[in-house]
Write a protein of this length. Structure first.
Length: 372
């Protein structure tokens, strides 16, 4: 559209339209200093520039409308929504755009879908993690008791014969079980006869000083304590080697375990969980002809349960990322189905507003948007 007072016809789109404030300056309605003041007040008043100019008595509404109609061969009769709609339908920028955030329907729908997916996964995961934690703790204690009974039954003869080698052979495979930190056999004289940690053999058995939650349930005695002696640690070299071999190789089957241990180390360093290793010590006496020969102990890692929860959490995070990406793609396609006909309606409105009554939308949808 021409930027002078000539009588040339307006083009179909407002490619040469300038901002309203610049036009008012060029038309002599405002000075540059007044425009600067009006823009500063617009931030506070949250009104259109024309309304701010009138509010500050810099110019009258009639002067602004006369300048605008003269410049763009328009026929506006009021400021505010009338002017805003005129400018918006012709793609003309206004100073109001500087302070308003326009969020497309695609973005709104996509963010909504992502939030719903995230909230659903978070809620279901929280409930499932609580159930899994209780179930895993019960199963670990049950496994520890079964292991205790097996060791106690097989330790009778070696304890009678003081066969240290045979007693330690009984514990050889015990330390390899998941969730079991240690196992030991203590003679009735209080000396450790067998231990998964060879340095503890033939040393006096000394229960931890800081014990808690001591309970007796049938022949089983248990208590909890915290120590760093048997703590599971992150093998950084193994983790880096697994990462180099790729996420889908056979050698990386323990990759999530290493990540969970790394997260545990970070949580301990941040003080979010206690440093050291939390252990549940469960013991049962070794008896022969109702005479006590000694006691077997099994240390069940409580951190192992937390590690498994972290491991499952990492898996859920990965699944969540995949679901969010898939949901985002679906949301974009759905949003496009809504925004495309609306854009066509806007285009049709602009064309009709410019006098092109022959304009037609080629494809009419068979839904409410089609009716519109």
């Amino acid at each position: 559209m021409a930027a002078s007072n000539s009588g040339k016809a307006a083009p179909s789109r407002g490619a040469s339209f300038m901002r309203l404030g610049e036009m008012l300056v060029q038309e002599g309605v405002l000075s540059k200093r007044q425009l600067k003041q009006a823009l500063a007040h617009q931030k506070k008043l949250h009104k259109s520039l024309g309304e701010v100019v009138v509010f500050l008595d810099m110019a009258s509404e009639e002067q602004i409308l006369a300048a605008f109609n003269r410049r763009y061969q328009a026929n506006l009769r009021s400021l505010g929504a009338d002017l805003d709609n005129y400018l918006r339908t012709r793609g003309i920028k206004t100073e109001r755009n500087r302070f308003s955030l326009r969020i497309p329907i695609k973005a709104k729908l996509s963010l909504t879908v992502v939030f719903i997916i995230w909230a659903t996964i978070l809620g279901l995961s929280g409930l499932e993690f609580q159930r899994q934690r209780q179930r895993l703790q019960l199963e670990t204690v049950k496994t520890g008791r079964v292991l205790l009974n097996a060791i106690a039954n097989n330790a009778v003869v070696p304890l009678l014969n003081d066969d240290i080698l045979q007693l330690n052979t009984l514990l050889k495979e015990t330390a390899k079980m998941e969730g079991v930190e240690y196992a030991s056999i203590v003679g009735r004289d209080g000396i450790i006869k067998a231990h998964t940690n060879p340095s503890r053999i033939r040393r006096p058995y000394e229960p931890p000083a800081a014990r808690s939650e001591e309970t007796n349930e049938g022949p089983y005695h248990s208590f909890r304590f915290v120590t760093a002696e048997y703590s599971r640690g992150l093998n950084l070299g193994q983790l880096l080697a697994a990462l180099q071999k790729g996420p889908f190789s056979k050698e990386t089957s323990g990759l999530m375990d290493q990540f969970s241990l790394g997260v545990m180390d970070v949580l301990k360093a941040m003080g979010l969980i206690n440093a050291g290793s939390r252990i549940l010590d469960v013991s049962v006496p070794v008896e022969y002809a109702k005479k006590a020969l000694g006691t077997t102990h099994v240390g069940i890692s409580q951190d192992f349960i937390v590690e498994q929860i972290i491991k499952e959490s990492l898996f859920i995070v990965l699944v969540s990322i995949v679901l969010i990406v898939v949901g985002l793609v679906i949301a974009i396609f759905l949003a496009a189905g809504f925004s495309r006909p609306l854009s066509e309606l806007v285009t049709a409105t602009q064309e009709i507003g410019l006098g092109n009554l022959k304009f037609r939308i080629k494809k009419i949808r068979n839904d409410e948007l089609g009716d519109l």
